[in-house]
Write a protein that binds this ligand. Structure first.
Ligand SMILES: NC(=O)c1ccc[n+]([C@@H]2O[C@H](COP(=O)([O-])OP(=O)(O)OC[C@H]3O[C@@H](n4cnc5c(N)ncnc54)[C@H](O)[C@@H]3O)[C@@H](O)[C@H]2O)c1
Length: 267
């Protein structure tokens, strides 16, 4: 496997990198060639060393996805290092909340620059290489891209745009043999969300609202990504892969209608 992963230093991106490296050994019987990218260069190096110790070919690329020059330079670095690209994972992202009245112009623009424009520019720079390999792209969106999320400001609108971008791209690139899918995680305990989930009470409260009664860990996402970017998902394109423990289907249970259906609302 020859792939690019953004936001690879932490959280979901790091778990994806580890899982795809393992897949390469078991599925392809060969070490992976990966360009791992992030804004945090030193953490990226730690992961790279871990993967190199297992025989993988790792190139690190430090850069900020809000910089419009970065995606093309990243793709050029990957091609320089390993000539070909099968899989591109646009995963870098962040969430900061605020009310729309307090939101600043630069915060709004940065959300869209990192999540939506960054994915587009990365796709654009990768197209000829993915076409050559009949490869695929996976873009991390969020359940917040299709469900209004209190106090998350421009995050949810930008993820909605990211989700639709993935679907548009799947239509446009399908004839080139390129699959494109979106991953929409639910609540995942990562480095990025530790600010919320480090508090066990908050974590337990959130878990109690999820049908599977737990907050996901990054491995839950990586396991699904492994399938989506792999050969068994050869006919999956333009999909929004929701991995949320059932959370987005809790509208009616939240009305208290789950345990008594005789017209009596119990909660
Ligand atoms: N954790 C969740 O509950 C959750 C839910 C839905 C969607 N997501 C999405 O999953 C993706 C990964 O999130 P995570 O929870 O693993 O967060 P994380 O903070 O643990 O990891 C995100 C990584 O992306 C990198 N990154 C952020 N902005 C960047 C930029 N401008 N340029 C380069 N790198 C950048 C960070 O440095 C970090 O290493 C994000 O797109 C996020 O929006 C997360």
């Amino acid at each position: 496997m020859h792939c690019i992963i953004t936001g690879a230093a932490r959280g979901i991106g790091r778990a994806i990198a580890r899982r795809l490296a393992q897949d390469s050994l078991t599925r392809d019987k060969a070490p992976a060639a990966m360009l791992l990218s992030d804004q945090h260069a030193s953490e990226l190096e730690v992961l790279a060393e871990e993967l190199r110790a297992n025989g993988h070919h790792i190139t690190c690329f430090a850069g900020d996805m809000s910089d419009p020059e970065v995606p093309a330079r990243m793709v050029a670095a990957a091609v320089d290092a390993f000539k070909t690209i099968d899989v591109v994972i646009s995963n870098a992202g962040y969430a900061v909340g605020n009310s729309f009245m307090d939101f600043k112009l630069e915060d709004w623009d940065r959300n869209f620059a990192v999540h939506t424009r960054g994915a587009w520019l990365l796709a654009k720079a990768s197209h000829q290489y993915l076409k050559a390999t009949r490869g695929n792209m996976l873009i991390t969106a969020s359940i917040s891209g299709s469900n209004a999320t209190p106090a998350l400001g421009a995050y949810s609108p930008s993820k909605a745009a990211t989700l639709m971008f993935a679907k548009q791209l799947a239509v446009e690139w399908g004839p080139d043999g390129i699959r494109v899918n979106a991953l929409s995680p639910g609540l995942v305990h990562t480095d990025g969300s530790n600010v919320v989930f480090a508090d066990p009470e908050v974590k337990a409260l959130r878990a109690s609202k999820i049908p599977l009664r737990r907050v996901a860990d990054p491995q839950d996402m990586a396991n699904v990504v492994s399938f989506i970017v792999g050969p068994d998902a050869a006919y999956v394109s333009g999909a929004d892969i929701v991995v949320d423990g059932g959370l987005v289907n809790t509208l009616m249970p939240n009305l208290g209608m789950s345990n008594n259906w005789n017209g009596k609302v119990t909660g």
